[in-house]
Design a protein around this ligand. Structure first.
Ligand code: ADP
Ligand code: MG
Length: 726
């Protein structure tokens, strides 16, 4: 156990990095934690009592902010930020690029006598007006206006960011168009949280709970990432422009020894993680778990879960800080889903549950789940929601990079199914077979067989690492999510589809005279009708694909194939009814998805063309020229010498060189053809079917050449250099 050392109050105000490090050296996490956050305790300390009370009321009840409160909060925020050396503030928002955006404004206003005064008004806190036209908007802007607004999301605390630009006060905001359409990822998420809260409360009322006020979704995203040496990274245009290697042969060693997973951290990585934790803790992010992952140079960080909205803001910051800290250590952090072919890629496990304002986790089965009908009702709601919207859920986790992962033998397959585990599966089977569940399998004891080791209590259910949507004790773990993707999208979809089922449950239960019987019947009927989505077996096994097809489960192979799910009549009706997104907003996202895909592949293809023509082909020409020269020299020095090896190498490498050149020409032509296609679906499909295949055809001969050509000729760091020499 660590005993926290108390340090004097004035020291707790320090904020410079080297001071943090000194304090951290003393293990005083408490003093660092959230020191850059304008959180509840700071507000309580700094706001006049009536203002603080009003603000808390507004936050809890989702009411409109009045100017008196806004002005007071703005003033307190400014004073707090100035004390910490801030010069600017920014509305920090999450446009549909998937990353965050900020435009800095300094606090200065002209003062008397040619000087300045530092001001920050309630109006500036509450509303900003960035131009919306340069962010992806999927046509919303074309039909309306360029004007966009950012609006303060008072449910997520403001924070300070420090970089070479100085200290900036960041205010989390939502981003909307002039006509109120959401132009960002946060607004739909917030709406989906309201939707699920409303419907869950309706259901709980039917179960006799008169006190619950709201239900929030808790989210804990586990973030996987790679770290590579920055010097080497800078020599690879593919990593710089696309985040992944577009060429590269496998080194003799990959991940087959399983020696990296949970392995001892290298010093350089450990130093990185230490600083990453410091930075995250300062931002109030509960960085909890860190370890080496399966692939060489791959790692993971998981925070303690938070409300979906805050978890999303935090995860955006986690990704940003991971990249920033890496540079300080001469490293580069790769968040791409598949930076290296042949070893595991990265994902983001999105742990999700529902919790009432009274602190009850609605997905906690308790010791005897068969008797816990409230749990079974919410569980069956999730089961039905996932079954009815499997393809939509798959889309929510997709980006171009994730197409390399889903369905490959490492990550969850592209087919959505739910793992419930032995205990719950048994209960479901009892219910389906007999209409009654009368017992819960218990975990029992685990005997270690060593007298000096304690016997352990075993969980009632083992784990399953292959399931894309697994029940893990008191939450669901959605494992498909792409590592670089904002978790706003997946959680918006999850909340909406579950809210949809809960709303139907509430409709039925509200009408029922005998609520208890109605609830029992509803659970049984739902599980019976949706059992096809339940699968506890190995999701990687070959037979599963056929079995899933027989069950009628969708197997959407690529992101492009999944996009139309967003705009089916069913999806539009559901999103509009639950007021999460309207048709215009959904159509915009469809456009943005097609565009994002086409652009990503276009950049990759162009980078390949560049690298092949400027790097690899000239390097191979040097090699074959030297080889040919050496054959001539050997023959002239000793005409009877055997040069068959050199000649064979020369023939092989020249032939691969010719293949590469032909593939390069073909890729170049198809990229040009893609540019002629109509933007949107048609173009995205062309990139997926034609350009993508041509990219693979160019990669193959170059990777083969890499295995033949002498190391000193090879123009870029290899997989071996990147993965093992960190
Ligand atoms: P594992 O890799 O063993 O699944 P980790 O500890 O890496 O587990 O991550 C589990 C994640 O799930 C953490 O972020 C944790 O905070 C989160 N989590 C735990 N309980 C809940 C819950 N009720 N709701 C949402 N997330 C949760
Ligand atoms: Mg996990």
């Amino acid at each position: 156990m660590v005993i926290w050392k108390q340090i004097p109050r004035e020291q707790s105000l320090i904020h410079k990095r080297k001071d943090v490090e000194r304090v951290m050296g003393n293990n005083v996490i408490e003093q660092v934690f959230a020191k850059d956050v304008f959180n509840d305790s700071v507000m309580r300390e700094r706001l006049p009592k009536p203002i603080y009370k009003k603000l808390k009321y507004i936050m809890a009840n989702g009411q409109e902010l009045d100017m008196e409160v806004a002005n007071a909060v703005a003033h307190a925020m400014k004073e707090w930020a100035l004390e910490r050396g801030a010069t600017h503030y920014t509305h920090w928002f999450q446009p549909m690029t998937g990353i965050t955006a900020e435009k800095h404004d300094s606090f200065i206003q002209p003062g008397p006598d040619g000087g300045v005064i530092l001001e920050f008004s309630g109006k500036e806190l509450v509303k900003g007006e960035p131009d919306a036209s340069s962010f992806p908007n999927g046509g919303i802007r074309a039909t309306f206006e360029a004007r966009g607004y950012t609006a303060w999301d008072c449910t997520s605390p403001a924070f300070l960011k420090e970089d070479a630009a100085g200290v900036i006060l960041c205010i989390p905001t939502a981003f909307c168009s002039y006509t109120g359409e959401a132009l960002d990822k946060k607004t739909p998420l917030l709406r989906s949280m309201e939707a699920i809260s409303e419907q869950a409360v309706r259901v709980l009322r039917c179960l006799g709970n008169d006190t619950v006020k709201d239900v929030s979704c808790s989210v804990g995203p586990e973030q996987e990432y790679f770290l590579v040496d920055r010097e080497k990274y800078l020599q690879r245009d593919d990593l710089i422009f696309t985040g992944r290697t577009l060429f590269g042969a496998m080194p003799p060693k990959g991940q087959e020894l399983d020696d990296h997973y949970f392995g001892t951290l290298k010093e350089r990585i450990a130093a990185y993680m230490k600083e990453l934790n410091n930075e995250l803790w300062s931002l109030g992010i509960l960085a909890k778990t860190q370890h080496n992952e399966v692939a060489p140079a791959q790692h993971e960080m998981a925070p303690i879960y938070a409300t979906a909205n805050i978890a999303t803001d935090h995860n955006q910051l986690v990704m940003e800080v991971m990249k920033k800290v890496a540079k300080r250590h001469g490293l580069e952090c790769l968040l791409h889903e598949k930076p290296f072919a042949g070893v595991n890629g990265s994902g983001k496990h999105n742990n999700w549950s529902l919790v009432t304002n009274e602190g009850k986790n609605l997905l906690d089965p308790g010791k005897t789940p068969h008797e816990n009908s409230q749990f079974l009702l919410f569980l069956s709601a999730v089961v039905r929601a996932v079954d009815e919207n499997a393809a939509l859920l798959r889309l929510s986790a997709s980006n171009p990079g994730n197409d390399h992962r889903l369905g490959a033998n490492e990550a969850p397959p592209a087919i959505i199914s739910i793992f419930l585990g032995e205990q719950l599966t048994d209960i479901v089977n009892q219910l389906i077979k007999t209409g009654e569940a009368t017992r819960s399998k218990a975990g029992g004891k685990l005997l270690t067989g060593v007298s000096t080791l304690p016997d352990l209590n075993r969980d009632a259910t083992d784990r399953n690492r292959t399931s894309p949507f697994a029940f893990t004790g008191n939450k669901f773990e959605f494992r498909m999510v792409a590592s670089s993707l904002s978790i706003a999208g997946p959680n918006t979809i999850l909340n909406t589809i579950v809210a949809d089922v809960l709303s139907d449950f509430a409709d039925q239960l509200e009408k029922a005279e005998d609520k208890s019987t109605a609830m029992h019947d509803l659970i049984e009927k739902t599980l019976r009708e949706h059992q096809k989505i339940l699968f506890d077996g190995n999701g990687y096994a070959g037979g599963w694909v056929e079995e899933a097809e027989k069950r009628g489960l969708p197997n959407t192979k690529t992101m492009v194939d999944a996009i139309p799910e967003m705009i089916t009549d069913r999806t539009v009706e559901m999103f509009e009814r639950l007021k999460v997104m309207n048709r215009t907003e959904l159509e915009a996202r469809v456009e943005i998805n097609y565009e994002a895909y086409a652009k990503a592949i276009n950049i990759e293809a162009k980078t390949m063309i560049n690298m092949a023509s400027k790097r690899y082909i000239p390097a191979v020409i040097n090699y074959v020229t030297d080889l040919a020269g050496s054959i001539n020299e050997v023959v002239s020095a000793c005409p009877e010498a055997d040069t068959s090896v050199q000649k064979e190498l020369l023939t092989q490498s020249s032939s691969l060189l010719a293949q590469a050149k032909a593939a390069l020409k073909k890729l170049d032509e198809s990229v040009k053809a893609a540019a002629e296609k109509e933007e949107g679906e048609e173009q995205a499909i062309f990139f997926k079917d034609v350009v993508f295949a041509d990219m693979a055809a160019l990669r193959a001969p170059i990777d083969e050449l890499e295995m033949m050509v002498g190391k000193e000729y090879w123009p870029v760091p290899t997989y071996g250099d990147l993965l093992f020499e960190v």
